[in-house]
Design a protein around this ligand. Structure first.
Ligand code: FAD
Ligand code: NAI
Length: 466
């Protein structure tokens, strides 16, 4: 007899494990199946956490090299990459074990293995010894995440031609690194290796980096990254990659057809990720996919099969950990008969470079396209006393508000701690606040958050410090 569960979650990433915890909180007998041997998914194992660890350490390394400018004389600053990587691995282990503890605490059965559908209610779990068990599920949530995309005909060896996973575990600092794709991964990983000493060249197909981001912010972002020493080759197409021994040549052509070949030690391909529906046996039970091979879901995260739900990177929407988590909670609440819901207009996006870039709501380009009348409030960190005091005054805050109602429609930040500051705008937008509401809220001095207040004041052209 196979064990029966009221809810089974396939995938233990931020979408899956959070969903499982919420299901258990709501009183359902829950199981979570994860194939990678540790919980936390892409995010904790090979994504958000290791990348933020290396961003932080490489930033400290860079700062340490420049301390004498601030009057701190230290000895020679040396890089110990092996130790740096061990430190990163420790952070990952602590966090993934923490998730395992949370599953236990919530009395969730954790199955290590690959889950697939035998039928709508029966799930097979195959462990790494190829031993199969079958469980029964009243409801199943698919949260199997996403995997990196490569260029046609090019395979990741994770040493020379790497995805983000390989770029997080390089054994030496490359002399030259070509990053294909100027998006989230390319710019975060490019920043890390550039700070550690690599000559980084970003090859981007489009005219701007981070497509989809407010244009003014992405232009400023590229300007700042260039100043930091990262090279950009825009509107450039990759025509092939040739591997020779321990190096590679990336063959490109620009918009005028001019060929340019880049010899390098490492090529990072970061041109996006695709939904992971491998090994699930979805065709057998008839779960529908959309045109981008994502699992198709309705408003309450139900697929076309009533008792099967899907959340996170494997469905439509931004591939972000907090989006997956919120969907996990909403799906669990819907399964338990509540009214779970996600507001897709207030999902922040943050790039953890220096300075950080953060955005929420509509961009100026989107408002123009929708023919919405809007006002802009902008404030530069150059005029923010805290940012000036600590020599981190690059960037600005841009708030977009409805021209008639003054309701905040979006905010786009580049500057110190932008990823933390954006939360204030998220709350304001959730409460339907106007820019006036932010402008009249007392902000402590001297803080970076005063730049938000000043940008809100600037919507009505009454900023004080500019
Ligand atoms: P995943 O985290 O991918 O988890 C899915 C899990 O399902 C995986 O562990 C997989 O092993 C498992 N699985 C797959 N198939 C099966 C199966 N058949 N049976 C059992 N288990 C299975 N997002 C942010 O918000 N902030 C960041 O700073 C950030 N940084 C990132 C940095 C990098 C380098 C990368 C690659 C991604 C980053 N992301 C970041 C994106 C974030 O990691 C994802 O959006 C998030 O992990 C998606 O969560 P998920 O639960 O949908 O899927
Ligand atoms: P991305 O979608 O962010 O960026 C891909 C970039 O590659 C785009 O600029 C695109 O124009 C470009 N591109 C596509 N095809 C190309 C080609 N053939 N040649 C040259 N350029 C090409 O994808 P990325 O960086 O791989 O990241 C995947 C996802 O992971 C992100 O979209 C994001 O959702 C998530 N992520 C989030 C992070 C965060 O929240 N801080 C950090 C890292 C990843």
């Amino acid at each position: 007899m196979s064990e029966k569960f009221q809810a089974v979650v396939i995938g233990g990433g931020p979408g899956g494990y959070v969903c499982a915890i919420r299901l258990a909180q709501l009183g359902l007998k829950t199981a979570c199946i994860e194939s990678r041997g540790s919980l936390g998914g892409t995010c904790l194992n090979v994504g958000c956490i290791p990348s933020k660890n290396l961003l932080n350490i490489s930033e400290n390394y860079h700062k340490a090299q420049n301390l004498s400018k601030l009057g701190i004389e230290v000895g020679e600053v040396k890089l110990n990459l092996e130790k740096m990587m061990k430190n990163k691995d420790k952070a990952v282990t602590i966090l993934t074990k923490g998730v395992e503890f949370l599953l236990k605490k919530n009395k969730i059965t954790y199955f290590k293995g690959t889950g697939s559908f035998k039928s709508e209610n029966k799930i097979s779990i195959l462990d790494d010894q190829n031993k199969e068990i079958v469980i029964e599920a009243e409801k199943t949530v698919i949260s199997t995440g996403s995997i990196p995309v490569s260029l046609p005909g090019i395979e990741f060896d994770e040493k020379i031609i790497v995805s983000s996973t390989g770029a997080l575990t390089l054994e030496a600092v490359p002399k030259k690194m070509v990053v294909i794709g100027g998006g989230y991964i390319g710019l975060e990983m490019g920043s890390i290796w550039s700070r550690l000493g690599a000559d980084v060249h970003v090859v981007e197909f489009l005219e701007n980096i981070t497509p989809g981001m407010d244009r003014e912010v992405s232009t400023e972002f590229m300007k700042i990254l260039k100043k930091q020493g990262i090279n950009f080759h825009m509107q450039t197409k990759v025509e092939g990659i040739k591997k020779t021994g321990n190096s590679a040549t990336v063959l490109t052509s620009d918009k005028n057809g001019k060929k340019n070949n880049f010899d390098c030690d490492v090529v990072l391909i970061s041109i996006g990720r695709k939904p992971n529906t491998n090994n699930l046996n979805l065709d057998k039970i008839g779960v529908e996919l959309d045109e981008k091979k994502r699992i198709k879901t309705g408003k309450n995260f139900q697929t076309n099969i009533n008792n099967i739900y899907a959340i996170g990177d494997v469905i439509k929407g931004p591939m972000l950990a907090h989006k997956a988590e919120d969907e996990g909670i909403a799906a669990a609440e819907n399964i338990a008969g509540q009214s779970g819901h996600v507001n897709y207009n207030t999902i922040p996006g943050v790039i953890y470079t220096t300075p950080e870039v953060a955005s929420i709501g509509k961009t100026e380009e989107q408002l123009k396209e929708a023919k919405t009348d809007y006002k802009i409030g902008k404030f530069s960190f150059m005029a923010n006393s805290r940012a000036k005091a600590i020599d981190a005054a690059e960037g600005f805050v841009k708030i977009l508000a409805d021209a008639k109602t003054d309701k905040v429609l979006g905010a786009h930040l580049i500057g110190p701690h932008a990823g933390e500051l954006i939360a204030e705008i998220g709350i304001a937008m959730e409460f339907g606040a106007s820019s006036e509401d932010i402008a009249r809220t007392c902000h402590a001095h001297p803080t970076f958050s005063e730049a938000l207040k000043e940008a809100a004041l600037s919507v009505d052209k009454r900023a004080i410090h500019s």
